[in-house]
Design a protein around this ligand. Structure first.
Ligand code: AMP
Ligand code: MG
Length: 276
């Protein structure tokens, strides 16, 4: 199955999240049945990242958005865990600092965007400025409603400079979120992640769904597509994202650069001499 096509939000289409099954498993049974395949994509990912670094022409920007507990951290661990730390980076988007607020909303995203040959994952992103900001009326509607076009233009500019952009919405159900909150309460290694805000934000679930649907519908473009990833099963989420990122990077048809030195001459001059 071509997950790139299956989960991509077709540009111009209207997303309705309730028509998309967050528990979808693509005919796979469980974690065990897919572990090998997932590992296969991780290996490929590492090879492709090495190629991107060596070729030095492209960069990759992955934007991750989700409701709380949607699995952003787990996805980062999985995707970046496959890569060589040299050439990879994560950028987090928290509540903006005073300095960030004094600039236009895209300033911090542009600063954090990847340089040529780099892979950068946005843990949350510039989309927060049409999500949490819209849900909580942090700016007027007149302001946030202009941002969709501004985001598309911004991303188009990055793509024109050979940044490949992939945006993933990790789609979990409201029940799954509650289950994950409970797991956090019971696990001393996860309790630090709990905040009251998680529970209050849960009360705005419907508003977030509406905000997400508009962002996904208006900002999935040919140049910077959104993917809605069924994420109730963490192993399926990892498999799907691994597969999509590999497919997309393969489509760039990158090549290792030709050596800048005469390999044959070096072989003759240095290695042949050593044998003698
Ligand atoms: P977390 O990712 O759980 O550490 O939380 C970061 C918090 O910062 C989330 O509640 C985000 O919604 C919030 N946040 C991120 N970007 C913005 C923004 N532009 N304006 C207001 N809040 C934001
Ligand atoms: Mg949180």
């Amino acid at each position: 199955m071509n997950y790139s096509e299956q989960f991509k939000v077709a540009p111009g289409s209207k997303v309705r999240l309730k028509d998309m099954d967050p528990s979808f498993k693509g005919g796979h049974k469980n974690n065990k049945a897919t572990a090998e395949e997932t590992e296969h994509y991780q290996k490929k990912l590492r090879g492709l990242q090495d190629l991107m670094y060596a070729e030095g022409k492209h960069s990759l920007l992955i934007c991750l958005q989700a409701m709380d507990t949607g699995g952003k951290d787990g996805t980062i661990n999985h995707v970046l865990g496959a890569m060589n730390p040299q050439g990879c980076r994560v950028a987090e988007f928290k509540q903006p600092s005073a300095e960030e607020l004094a600039h236009d909303f895209l300033w911090r995203a542009h600063r954090a965007a990847p340089a040529r040959r780099e892979v950068v994952i946005f843990n949350r992103s510039h989309y927060e400025d049409v999500l949490v900001v819209r849900v909580h009326n942090l700016v007027t509607e007149a302001i946030w409603s202009r941002r969709y076009d501004q985001i598309n233009a911004f991303e188009k500019g990055l793509v024109a400079n050979d940044t490949h952009i992939l945006k993933f919405y990790l789609h979990i159900s409201k029940e799954e979120q509650l289950k994950r909150f409970k797991e956090r309460l019971d696990d001393p290694a996860k309790q630090w992640k709990i905040s009251e805000a998680d529970y209050t934000e849960r009360g705005f679930w419907g508003d977030y769904v509406a905000a997400y649907e508009e962002a996904l519908s208006r900002c999935s473009t040919e140049h910077a597509p959104w993917f809605v990833i069924p994420a109730n099963h963490k192993w399926f989420r990892n498999l799907a994202i691994g597969r999509i990122v590999v497919q997309q990077l393969e489509s760039l048809q990158m090549k290792y650069p030709r050596p800048t030195v005469d390999i044959e001459r070096i072989r003759r001059q240095y290695h042949a001499a050593q044998r003698a």
